[in-house]
Design a protein around this ligand. Sequence first.
Ligand SMILES: [Zn+2]
Length: 217
Amino acid sequence: MLPIEPFRADLADLAAAAQDEVASLLSGVTSRRAAERMLTEALPDIVSVYGDAAGALAADWYDEVRSALEVPGRFRAVAGELPDVGRTDSLAEWATRPLADDPSTIDTVITRAQGGTQRIVMNVGRDTVTYSAVHDPSARGWQRAGAGECNFCKMLIGRGAVYRAETADFGAHDHCKCIAVPAWGGRPVPVKPFAGSARGVSDAEQARVHNWMLAHT
Ligand SMILES: [Zn+2]
């Protein structure tokens, strides 16, 4: 079996370290202008430090697991890329909006900025695995793995689908701790489908997952 949880924890730790930097950057800030300027200046560095680390971590993990499982054929994982500066600029703009009307909303602003930062860092790790698993001749594709902390993720993980299209979108959201893991040919899939208990899941959430599946698989 794939050592999924240690890898997921390591990626989450990198994202959490990036989130800590965002929080200390914004502590005590009360004006939107200042907050947006600080984020616009600092986020590219923060996501590049932790995002590159996430890409390297994911590529090493992929190669190590592939070799340990004696997957046939030669292939080396390709680390995912960072988004361009437009992504962090728009995060800075969106995250700081609440401060325009109310200086006491800094906690909301921090949560927003942390969520977007966390998503960017995790996405570099996810992209590493999804790209590699689509291009690895011995892989069948990738699966979503995680603890299912929200209903959207719980339902997607429960499908146990193997995505093989290069265009398949991960469907991440801010603060999501799900990761992608490779499914190699001739072996049991790493994430087993489970009978989806839709209990506690609203119709709207089920529709969201259904629509996402239609659009992305
Ligand atoms: Zn998730």
